[in-house]
Design a protein around this ligand. Sequence first.
Ligand code: MD6
Ligand code: FE
Length: 215
Amino acid sequence: MCPDLFDDLPRDELEPLADGAVVLRGYARERAAQLLLDVAAVSAQAPFRHLITPGGKRMSVAMSNCGPLGWVSDTRGYRYDACDPLSQQPWPALPASFAQLATDAAQRAGYASLHPDACLVNRYAPGARLTLHQDRDERDVRAPIVSVSLGLPATFVFGGFTRSGPSRRVRLTHGDVVVWGGASRLAYHGVLPLAEGEHPATGAFRYNLTFRKVF
Ligand code: MD6
Ligand code: FE
Protein backbone atom coordinates (compact mmCIF):
# COMPACT_ATOMS: atom_id res chain seq x y z
CA MET A 1 0.00 0.00 0.00
CA CYS A 2 0.98 3.60 -0.36
CA PRO A 3 1.30 5.38 2.99
CA ASP A 4 1.21 8.77 1.26
CA LEU A 5 -2.54 8.21 0.71
CA PHE A 6 -2.97 8.97 4.39
CA ASP A 7 -0.86 12.10 4.45
CA ASP A 8 -3.87 14.37 4.91
CA LEU A 9 -5.32 12.57 7.90
CA PRO A 10 -4.62 14.11 11.30
CA ARG A 11 -2.14 11.97 13.15
CA ASP A 12 -0.86 12.30 16.65
CA GLU A 13 0.51 8.90 17.35
CA LEU A 14 3.05 8.35 20.00
CA GLU A 15 5.42 5.66 18.81
CA PRO A 16 8.04 4.42 21.26
CA LEU A 17 11.47 4.18 19.68
CA ALA A 18 13.66 3.21 22.62
CA ASP A 19 13.84 3.85 26.33
CA GLY A 20 13.36 7.64 26.57
CA ALA A 21 12.87 8.18 22.83
CA VAL A 22 9.56 8.52 21.04
CA VAL A 23 8.32 9.43 17.55
CA LEU A 24 5.34 11.82 17.46
CA ARG A 25 4.00 10.98 14.00
CA GLY A 26 2.86 14.09 12.10
CA TYR A 27 2.98 16.23 15.23
CA ALA A 28 4.35 19.31 13.42
CA ARG A 29 2.38 18.90 10.22
CA GLU A 30 -0.18 21.63 10.83
CA ARG A 31 2.58 24.04 11.82
CA ALA A 32 4.93 23.12 9.00
CA ALA A 33 4.13 26.07 6.74
CA GLN A 34 5.00 28.59 9.46
CA LEU A 35 8.10 26.61 10.47
CA LEU A 36 9.34 26.68 6.86
CA LEU A 37 8.74 30.43 6.58
CA ASP A 38 10.86 30.80 9.69
CA VAL A 39 13.56 28.49 8.31
CA ALA A 40 13.73 30.85 5.31
CA ALA A 41 14.00 33.89 7.59
CA VAL A 42 16.73 32.27 9.71
CA SER A 43 18.74 31.21 6.67
CA ALA A 44 18.41 34.67 5.11
CA GLN A 45 20.34 35.95 8.14
CA ALA A 46 22.61 32.94 8.75
CA PRO A 47 22.97 31.16 5.39
CA PHE A 48 23.21 27.39 5.08
CA ARG A 49 26.82 26.28 4.78
CA HIS A 50 28.75 23.02 4.62
CA LEU A 51 30.86 22.80 7.76
CA ILE A 52 34.26 21.14 7.83
CA THR A 53 34.73 18.23 10.24
CA PRO A 54 37.71 18.17 12.62
CA GLY A 55 39.15 15.56 10.23
CA GLY A 56 39.02 18.08 7.37
CA LYS A 57 36.03 16.70 5.45
CA ARG A 58 33.19 18.85 4.08
CA MET A 59 29.87 17.75 5.54
CA SER A 60 27.24 16.82 2.94
CA VAL A 61 24.45 18.31 5.08
CA ALA A 62 24.20 22.12 4.96
CA MET A 63 23.69 23.74 8.36
CA SER A 64 22.52 26.91 10.04
CA ASN A 65 21.48 27.75 13.60
CA CYS A 66 19.21 29.98 15.60
CA GLY A 67 18.83 30.75 19.27
CA PRO A 68 21.45 31.89 21.78
CA LEU A 69 23.92 29.16 20.77
CA GLY A 70 24.80 27.47 17.49
CA TRP A 71 26.58 24.19 16.82
CA VAL A 72 29.66 24.60 14.67
CA SER A 73 32.48 22.43 13.44
CA ASP A 74 35.86 23.22 11.95
CA THR A 75 39.36 21.78 12.01
CA ARG A 76 39.64 22.81 15.68
CA GLY A 77 36.70 20.60 16.66
CA TYR A 78 32.98 20.69 17.45
CA ARG A 79 31.53 23.32 19.77
CA TYR A 80 28.65 25.63 20.55
CA ASP A 81 29.25 29.28 19.76
CA ALA A 82 27.11 32.37 20.42
CA CYS A 83 28.29 33.90 17.14
CA ASP A 84 28.00 32.80 13.54
CA PRO A 85 31.61 32.38 12.35
CA LEU A 86 30.59 33.61 8.87
CA SER A 87 29.27 36.98 10.05
CA GLN A 88 30.79 37.25 13.56
CA GLN A 89 27.24 38.23 14.59
CA PRO A 90 24.94 36.50 17.09
CA TRP A 91 22.81 33.74 15.55
CA PRO A 92 19.22 34.75 14.62
CA ALA A 93 16.76 34.63 17.52
CA LEU A 94 14.71 31.47 18.00
CA PRO A 95 11.45 32.10 16.08
CA ALA A 96 8.32 31.94 18.26
CA SER A 97 6.97 29.03 16.17
CA PHE A 98 10.14 27.04 16.90
CA ALA A 99 10.12 27.69 20.65
CA GLN A 100 6.43 26.78 20.95
CA LEU A 101 6.82 23.55 19.01
CA ALA A 102 9.84 22.44 21.05
CA THR A 103 8.03 23.01 24.32
CA ASP A 104 4.77 21.40 23.16
CA ALA A 105 6.45 18.32 21.69
CA ALA A 106 8.64 17.72 24.74
CA GLN A 107 5.56 17.93 26.93
CA ARG A 108 3.56 15.62 24.68
CA ALA A 109 6.38 13.09 25.03
CA GLY A 110 6.31 13.35 28.81
CA TYR A 111 9.18 15.76 29.46
CA ALA A 112 8.08 18.50 31.83
CA SER A 113 9.61 21.51 30.14
CA LEU A 114 12.24 22.15 27.54
CA HIS A 115 13.78 25.59 27.24
CA PRO A 116 16.15 25.14 24.32
CA ASP A 117 19.14 27.45 24.02
CA ALA A 118 20.19 26.08 20.63
CA CYS A 119 18.46 25.06 17.42
CA LEU A 120 20.50 23.40 14.68
CA VAL A 121 18.86 23.65 11.26
CA ASN A 122 19.98 20.96 8.81
CA ARG A 123 19.29 20.97 5.08
CA TYR A 124 19.62 17.72 3.11
CA ALA A 125 19.80 17.59 -0.67
CA PRO A 126 19.63 14.19 -2.40
CA GLY A 127 22.74 12.20 -1.45
CA ALA A 128 23.36 14.14 1.78
CA ARG A 129 23.73 11.98 4.87
CA LEU A 130 24.81 12.05 8.46
CA THR A 131 27.14 9.28 9.59
CA LEU A 132 26.60 7.59 12.94
CA HIS A 133 27.34 9.96 15.81
CA GLN A 134 26.44 10.76 19.39
CA ASP A 135 25.16 14.19 20.41
CA ARG A 136 27.45 14.83 23.33
CA ASP A 137 28.60 18.43 22.96
CA GLU A 138 25.79 19.56 25.28
CA ARG A 139 26.64 19.98 28.93
CA ASP A 140 23.07 19.24 30.01
CA VAL A 141 22.36 15.72 28.79
CA ARG A 142 19.38 15.42 31.15
CA ALA A 143 17.30 17.56 28.78
CA PRO A 144 15.79 15.79 25.77
CA ILE A 145 16.45 16.76 22.16
CA VAL A 146 13.43 17.58 20.03
CA SER A 147 13.97 16.81 16.35
CA VAL A 148 11.56 17.91 13.60
CA SER A 149 11.54 16.52 10.05
CA LEU A 150 10.22 18.67 7.19
CA GLY A 151 9.96 17.92 3.48
CA LEU A 152 11.45 14.88 1.77
CA PRO A 153 11.42 11.62 3.77
CA ALA A 154 14.59 10.21 5.27
CA THR A 155 15.71 7.01 6.92
CA PHE A 156 16.94 7.59 10.43
CA VAL A 157 19.31 5.01 11.89
CA PHE A 158 19.10 4.51 15.59
CA GLY A 159 21.78 2.43 17.31
CA GLY A 160 23.09 1.72 20.73
CA PHE A 161 25.97 3.01 22.75
CA THR A 162 28.72 1.71 20.48
CA ARG A 163 29.21 2.68 16.86
CA SER A 164 29.23 -0.91 15.62
CA GLY A 165 26.32 -2.31 17.66
CA PRO A 166 22.93 -3.29 16.23
CA SER A 167 20.70 -0.53 14.92
CA ARG A 168 17.16 -0.01 13.72
CA ARG A 169 15.86 2.13 10.91
CA VAL A 170 12.98 4.54 11.14
CA ARG A 171 11.35 6.34 8.25
CA LEU A 172 10.81 10.03 9.07
CA THR A 173 8.43 12.07 6.92
CA HIS A 174 7.14 15.63 6.76
CA GLY A 175 5.95 16.78 10.19
CA ASP A 176 7.31 13.87 12.23
CA VAL A 177 8.90 14.84 15.54
CA VAL A 178 11.33 12.70 17.52
CA VAL A 179 11.77 13.46 21.20
CA TRP A 180 14.87 11.89 22.50
CA GLY A 181 16.15 11.84 26.05
CA GLY A 182 16.60 9.74 29.13
CA ALA A 183 18.37 6.45 28.59
CA SER A 184 18.68 7.05 24.81
CA ARG A 185 20.14 10.52 25.01
CA LEU A 186 23.65 9.34 24.12
CA ALA A 187 22.71 6.63 21.62
CA TYR A 188 24.49 6.55 18.25
CA HIS A 189 22.34 7.69 15.34
CA GLY A 190 22.56 8.91 11.76
CA VAL A 191 20.68 9.57 8.54
CA LEU A 192 21.05 7.46 5.35
CA PRO A 193 21.76 9.26 2.06
CA LEU A 194 18.65 11.22 1.06
CA ALA A 195 16.83 9.84 -1.98
CA GLU A 196 15.94 12.08 -4.91
CA GLY A 197 12.44 13.49 -4.71
CA GLU A 198 10.17 16.46 -4.88
CA HIS A 199 8.09 17.56 -1.90
CA PRO A 200 5.26 20.11 -2.28
CA ALA A 201 6.47 22.10 0.74
CA THR A 202 10.26 21.96 0.33
CA GLY A 203 11.05 20.98 -3.25
CA ALA A 204 14.17 18.84 -3.47
CA PHE A 205 15.17 19.19 0.19
CA ARG A 206 14.65 17.75 3.62
CA TYR A 207 14.99 20.08 6.60
CA ASN A 208 15.59 18.96 10.15
CA LEU A 209 15.41 21.15 13.24
CA THR A 210 17.00 19.88 16.44
CA PHE A 211 16.35 21.77 19.64
CA ARG A 212 18.85 21.29 22.43
CA LYS A 213 19.52 22.56 25.88
CA VAL A 214 23.27 23.01 25.98
CA PHE A 215 23.72 24.58 29.44
C1 MD6 B 1 18.47 14.57 11.27
N1 MD6 B 1 19.24 14.40 13.51
O1 MD6 B 1 17.43 13.98 11.54
C2 MD6 B 1 19.64 14.53 12.19
N2 MD6 B 1 20.36 14.09 16.88
O2 MD6 B 1 18.60 15.19 10.23
C3 MD6 B 1 20.09 14.19 14.53
O3 MD6 B 1 21.28 14.08 14.38
C4 MD6 B 1 19.53 14.05 15.86
O4 MD6 B 1 17.30 13.81 15.08
C5 MD6 B 1 19.92 13.95 18.12
C6 MD6 B 1 18.60 13.76 18.40
C7 MD6 B 1 17.71 13.72 17.38
C8 MD6 B 1 18.15 13.86 16.09
FE1 FE C 1 22.43 13.98 16.20
